[in-house]
Design a protein around this ligand. Sequence first.
Ligand SMILES: Cc1cc2nc3c(=O)[nH]c(=O)nc-3n(C[C@H](O)[C@H](O)[C@H](O)COP(=O)(O)O)c2cc1C
Length: 200
Amino acid sequence: MAEATQTLATLITSRRSVRQTQNTPLPMESIHEILEQAAYAPFHSEVEPWAVKIASTEQEKKYFFQCVFNSYERIGIFESYTDEKKEKVKESYREYFEGTPVSILVATDVFDHEKKDFESVGATCAFIQNVQLLCWEKNIGAVWRTNPYIFDPEFIKEMGFTSKQKIVGSLHLGYPQQVPKAKERRSLDQWVSRVHVGAE
Ligand SMILES: Cc1cc2nc3c(=O)[nH]c(=O)nc-3n(C[C@H](O)[C@H](O)[C@H](O)COP(=O)(O)O)c2cc1C
């Protein structure tokens, strides 16, 4: 786990997606500080495109879980499940959503314009990675998820976003219970090459 004194390179390379967290609450001042600092991500417009909804109280987490479950019912995720399997899955989701200290939904502005939408998602992804790294610096684990519910317009509305916003991911935060091993990255020669001068 990275220490606060470690370099940016160490933070970037040591950060892992943490899927199993302790249920110890996180200090909300730290979360607000992280979000404030993460907002120094680059963006290409006059307005920062990201917006965040936080679920950290028992009531907020219950609501978040219920909306996720309702969304999965609506979009047919459980269609092929037996009642027994559905109940089991429901309980594991409940455990995850209610046991995770802080969940964050990150949305970005939609302009219905190819270039602006591309830049909006790009900037918000930079923001999300800033959040992950700033969490890691404070020994807080994070995982960025893109589960099917984030694309469900009804869910987006229920979370309080507008029809001019789309969700880029959910982030689930907590002190790590288990940190996975790093997935090996490809070597540079597999994905870096020179421009092909004179390519036809
Ligand atoms: C856009 C995006 C979507 C992701 N969605 C999920 C997801 O839905 N579920 C999940 O467990 N991890 C998700 N991840 C995390 C990746 O699985 C993880 O970053 C990858 O395996 C590399 O591991 P590392 O982050 O520990 O280096 C996502 C990451 C990104 C960037």
